[in-house]
Design a protein around this ligand. Structure first.
Ligand SMILES: [Zn+2]
Length: 176
């Protein structure tokens, strides 16, 4: 009697290539789609330790406790709000800075204006109240005018020294 060689089915693997026996499990139809999806993802390399942890979390507690994305979303919102606030503060600071620069330039402007007016005022005071005579070096005398004196029908304010000079000259003119 010859033993017929078995040719049906899968070729037998050599012993070193044999896979360890896999657990077989009856799966309820209700959860079958889930198991299929999980197996499919596993094949695609999409199932990590963390994925399993999260799935177990949901199964054990009824909620996804390790849902970081929600927390990350909340943190991102917070950061965005802080960013906006910071931007607002920076803009306020810049505005205040530019305002102070503006004020500073105005202060400089008015200070220059004041100095100018003060000079004019001093000039006018000098014209009005200082001696109107010329000194020997051709400049106007800077002494306070204390006398009013008439010369050729005009009124001059002069200091006591120039009043004496003019008086002397007038006397000379009348005696000549
Ligand atoms: Zn004088």
């Amino acid at each position: 009697m010859t033993v017929k060689k078995e040719t049906r089915g899968r070729k037998r693997l050599p012993p070193e290539k044999k896979k360890p026996p896999q657990a077989t499990l009856k799966i309820n139809d209700f959860i079958l789609p889930f198991v299929k999806e999980l197996k499919g993802n596993l094949k695609k390399g999409l199932v990590t330790e963390e994925t399993l942890e999260r799935l177990f979390d949901i199964l054990r507690t009824g909620q996804n406790q390790s849902n970081h994305s929600e927390k990350i979303g909340a943190l991102k919102d917070k950061i965005k709000k802080l960013d906006d606030l910071l931007l607002k503060r920076v803009m306020e600071r810049d505005l205040a800075h530019s305002k102070s620069v503006d004020l500073e330039s105005k202060v400089h402007y008015w200070k220059a204006k004041y100095d100018e007016l003060k000079r004019d005022y001093d000039d006018l005071l000098h014209r009005e109240y200082d001696c109107m005579a010329m000194t020997s070096d051709g400049k106007r005398c800077t002494k306070k005018a204390v006398f009013d004196t008439f010369q050729d029908g005009l009124l001059f304010h002069v200091c006591s020294q120039h009043a004496k000079v003019l008086e002397k000259r007038r006397r000379n003119m009348t005696t000549n």
